[in-house]
Design a protein around this ligand. Sequence first.
Ligand code: ACO
Ligand SMILES: O=CC(=O)O
Ligand code: MG
Length: 719
Amino acid sequence: MTDRIEKQGLQVDIRLAEFITREAIPGSGVDEDTFWAGLAAMVRDLGPENRALLNRRQQIQDQIDAWHREHRDQPGTLADYKTFLHQIGYLLPEGPDFTIDTTGTDPEIAHVAGPQLVVPVMNARYALNAANARWGSLYDALYGTDALGDLPTEGPFDPERGARVIAWGRQFLDEVTPLAQGSHTDTDSYRIADGTLVPALANPAQVVGWQGPASAPTAILLRNNGLHLILCIDRSHPIGATDRVGLSDIRLESALSVIMDCEDSVAAVDGEDKALAYANWLGLMRGDLREAISKAGRMVVRELAPDLHFTAPDGAPLTLKGRALMLVRNVGHLMTTPAVLDETGAEIFEGMLDAFATTLCALHDLGKTEGPRNSTTGAIYVVKPKMHGPEEVAFADTIFTRVETALGLPRHTVKLGIMDEERRTSANLKECIRAARHRVAFINTGFLDRTGDEIVTGMEAGPMVRKGDMKATRWIAAYEDRNVDIGLACGLPGRAQIGKGMWAAPDRMAEMLATKIAHPRAGASCAWVPSPTAATLHATHYHRIDVGARQTELATRGPRGSLDDLLTLPVAQGINWSDEELHQEIENNAQGILGYVVRWVDQGIGCSKVPDIANVALMEDRATCRISSQALVNWLHHGVVSPEQVMSALKKMAAVVDRQNQGDPAYRPMAPGFDGAAFRAACDLVFSGRNQPSGYTEPVLHAHRRQVKAERQPQVTEA
Ligand SMILES: CC(=O)SCCNC(=O)CCNC(=O)[C@H](O)C(C)(C)COP(=O)(O)OP(=O)(O)OC[C@H]1O[C@@H](n2cnc3c(N)ncnc32)[C@H](O)[C@@H]1OP(=O)(O)O
Ligand SMILES: O=CC(=O)O
Ligand SMILES: [Mg+2]
């Protein structure tokens, strides 16, 4: 039994209530009764609409399922399918052209293109690291990863590898900040004279500041495509000491923005978890989050980085942010939370709690009178996932209007990131943007959830192509192109981001370096990365591609991907998979599901690096789990594989996952009993997956995690 306290008619988990009373309210400018009364009123007034929207999702899906069943023997044409989708209100009429009028977004959102890092907010160590990932060492990123083609060996510094890193860095400088004459490789010294660099750059305006004496600067600040880079000069540093100009590092402005995630990368199932997520977000907004960590055998306290100070060419002081611009991802409209019960004793919608609590915490940033601020324009950035179509975007807009009114904020203080990750949103994207045109701050695409929704929406149409083949399907190309084109047509540049999705192979940096340049090239002003190192390496792409120019070019070319392509389901044509291919596919999916779920359910870890069947470590979160589980559901549903085959794969891969985790003392093996909560959760995701709303994994994961927590925690009595 959870200990609860009554607040304005709501029954609030005591751990959450105490956090709000003691931490979030003081200094926010909002009084406690106002906060809880506002939430209570929202729950009362908007709860029914939230439920109605969820029912509508199911109703639409039932109609689509029935249509596919009816047309199984005699498939309808795409035109028939579209007519039907219009009739049921899945496809909505498109209104007149318009442009968004979001105002007051920070430069990182409105003007400068660069990497967007995502981090599970419940992990303070990582969250602090992410906020500080605004700046990253290019030398470390190249030396410490496979970016140059091979991994470093254990042991002391390898001078040969160091030389390759330095050569790569110099070549990069020649490319993005070339000298007027000659190469950075041949330079003998860097100094500042008459407010500019000697030797001169081809474009002297790229020199925007320095640290230290002009005749012997310790740092030279350059800017290219709006992004900064710092030449660090230190002859006492082991690298600088051996370098002809004393260049000890090239530091790149890396994670321009960070999404502090309360959604798919965390496991937050009750008031205790929600309070932790909000407490970290509050600490980031107040600027005082700290975490004692053990690093290289030493205890250190990690805290937020300060601003950076330089002298500008005109001699004036120049300050740059030391931290990424922080956005917070709330949960979507689906889940309810036991953190707060309404006056009937029912769980309230978690998205409503997130909206109130994360906005309240962000007020601490808006109210700052000194020190670094997150938003210099007085904005709060909320990323809203998993919305299905314009009505649900309009509902999110209503939620934030209510929050602003209740907390006394000017209308549209909260900017909204619309995640284009459900099929009904992609298909009606222009209307989705219109529904939040006064506050939209991004329309990101490239999402894994989007593939999950593709499988679920077309579930009855037939067996889908293999997971790895999804990337080459027509709908994905149309999804990506249309998103950019619609974003450009709706006037996002200069006000909001057009973004791309996650690089889900955190250890494959060479491949990322070679391929993720496609994102800025496609006109995206940001793209997701899983780690600070990936942010630094991905930043090099924005130096090479001028996204603003690319967007202008694309806008003049007119729309690309068609709605017809977007609506072409990835149903496998003529199934001829070999037994080996079938086994590989089910084992790969089983491994991904189990490797993720076992840490989620038993340890409350919401994002993990899990090896796939080819031993490539992949980032797994709830979205990748949705794909893997629904891929198996789809094949089971159409008899491509049998329940016995899938169960046997799950058991085989449980033993594999157990071996992969044998170094973790907190790990509870799944084999040979296969009777623990984690294994049961994985089975539920697959064998009861057909009944999960939109194929989401949250309901199953939450239920099993809560059971594990209940079994482990001492019982407390109801207040
Ligand atoms: C589909 C979607 O919804 S995508 C959005 C959700 N996904 C995410 O948020 C992914 C975020 N990334 C992560 O959580 C992690 O990078 C993982 C789980 C993929 C891998 O984590 P690990 O196995 O611990 O990574 P690894 O051991 O390589 O690196 C750990 C170091 O990198 C840092 N790090 C790794 N990822 C991040 C991150 N996203 N932000 C900040 N720091 C990070 C850690 O702080 C740690 O450094 P430290 O010791 O100085 O603290
Ligand atoms: O939320 C992100 C995704 O890829 O899904
Ligand atoms: Mg998602």
